[in-house]
Write a protein that binds this ligand. Structure first.
Ligand code: PFF
Ligand code: NA
Length: 467
């Protein structure tokens, strides 16, 4: 068992620093880029309701379980899970929970930095006035959407540009991580997170004034359950995991740094509320602009990068607010990228004995290499095309699907089973500091609701794939 004789020694300097860091991990491209377009693709309101149920009954309990494992184990995810398992008389092979998280986090980061790089590119485009220049030129020729589309397709077909912006994101992330927990991560999130909230509030006000707010709210909150398919439910479930940064080693490693006396239950609920509020705010910022310009809500991954710039180009002070918008996305993505690289970095420090800087550099280099798979997926390179259960896709699509829709919910299923059924109840009670009805509700979710719901969704999925 000597390999379990390991532990992390850093701690968040305050309760608040932890909340900011964990909220920073949660709030990211998932909220601002992915949630609005998958909501659009899946019919709006009904999808939002399923998603909120997933957050409440599955996401929050699983988040609490993960933080608890990290805090009680006080080491990197795989070791923490093994320690918590063995002290309850279970197999140390529960370490796979931590392993799969580190692997999933690494895979997610490999495409995450590329999309974040798009946002950096768009800060440059918006800042240099490209959107309004194209709109003005197009008022003669009439091909506005086409010309904006060329910015996006131009970016996607230019590997040198994509690699440059991706590299900027990777290097910035490594620079923060190399400095360690208190001087690097904490410092970054304490300035970036408040800035992010201010930028988002500015964009929302702008959008409410300039856009069709009522139409957007109706689209998001008037449920039409006839639009809901099994695939949308899977999408909502997977997104609940993705958006809260679950099953990716993050909440376990951030829990390992938790000072004593912080309530896991209260902080988890706060983090989930902040994440959900940002996702809904992002929807309420983006859709009024989309509808005011008579555009398509189900535009897919291009919603943010193609649909919105068309609108910004036509709107008063659109270049300024477009710049603010894309800076906000870069900040959001950056604090999540930091979290994603932390689990790999901490692993290299604890298990391979590297110092912080070399560990951050090694992890960052690995991500950089893997990110090329996503870069060349968008250029349409032949070698990125793969088939997955008979469905064709490129490297990016397959990694996105395997992580968000399969690895994350599956690891969540086992985390719920582990803490619900295998860990001694006294240990759970002590770490969660919950008793009575609150403990009962948590256990009900971990023991029954989450495992049953995830299993049903997967059973349906297997049916879809084999069709
Ligand atoms: N929660 C992040 C988002 O919504 O963008 C994405 C993410 C970050 C997923 C960190 C997983 C993770 F470990
Ligand atoms: Na999120």
């Amino acid at each position: 068992m000597s390999n379990l004789n390991t532990s992390v020694d850093g701690r968040w300097s305050s309760h608040f620093a932890y909340i900011l860091a964990a909220t920073g991990a949660a709030v990211g491209l998932g909220n601002i880029w992915k949630f609005p377009y998958i909501m659009g693709e899946n019919g709006g309101g009904a999808f939002v309701i399923v998603y909120l149920l997933c957050i409440l009954f599955i996401g929050i309990p699983v988040m609490m379980a993960e933080v608890m494992i990290g805090k009680r184990g006080r080491s990197t995810p795989a070791n923490a899970a093994a320690k918590v398992a063995t002290e309850s008389g279970s197999s140390k092979h529960w370490s796979f929970l931590g392993m799969s998280g580190v692997v999933a986090g690494f895979l997610i980061l490999s495409f995450y930095v590329v999309i974040a790089g798009w946002a950096v590119a768009y800060v440059v485009h918006a800042g240099s006035g490209d959107f309004s220049a194209i709109a003005a030129a197009a008022s003669d020729s009439g091909d506005h959407a086409g010309k904006i589309g060329e910015i996006f397709s131009g970016l996607l077909s230019n590997p040198a540009e994509l690699i440059t912006y991706t590299t900027i994101m990777v290097v910035a992330t490594v620079l923060v991580l190399g400095k360690g927990l208190n001087k690097g991560l904490e410092k970054a999130v304490t300035s970036l997170m408040p800035a992010l909230f201010i930028l988002l509030a500015i964009i929302m006000v702008y959008s409410a004034i300039e856009g069709h707010f009522g139409e957007a709210a109706a689209f998001m909150f008037a449920p039409d359950f006839s639009k809901l398919t099994v695939h949308s439910v899977l999408e909502a479930l997977g997104h609940a995991f993705f958006t809260l940064s679950l099953s990716s080693g993050i909440m376990m490693i951030y829990g390992a740094y938790l000072p004593e006396g912080v309530s896991i239950a209260k902080t988890s609920i706060w983090i989930a509320i902040c994440d959900t509020v940002v996702a809904l705010m992002a929807g309420l910022a983006i859709y009024p602009i989309v509808f005011a310009n008579g555009m398509e809500p189900a535009a897919g991954p291009g919603l943010l990068f193609q649909t919105l710039p068309i609108a910004f180009g036509k709107m008063p002070m659109g270049d300024l607010f477009g710049t603010v918008f894309f800076v906000m996305i870069v900040f959001a993505a950056f604090t999540s990228a930091i979290a994603l690289l932390e689990s790999a970095t901490a692993y290299l420090v604890e298990r391979r004995g590297l110092a912080r800087w070399p560990a951050a550099i090694v992890a960052g280099s690995g991500i950089w290499v893997l990110s090329l798979g996503t870069v060349f997926s968008f250029t349409g390179a032949e070698w990125t095309k793969m088939s997955f259960f008979g469905n064709g896709g490129n490297f990016f699509e397959v990694i996105d699907f395997i992580t968000a829709n399969i690895m994350l919910p599956l690891a969540g299923l086992f985390t719920a089973i582990f803490v619900g059924w295998k860990v001694k109840k006294a240990h759970v009670e002590k770490e969660m500091q919950l008793t009575g009805a609150a403990m009962g509700a948590l256990m009900l979710c971990l023991k029954f609701i989450a495992p049953i719901a995830i299993t049903i969704v997967f059973a349906q999925l297997v049916g879809i794939i084999s069709l």
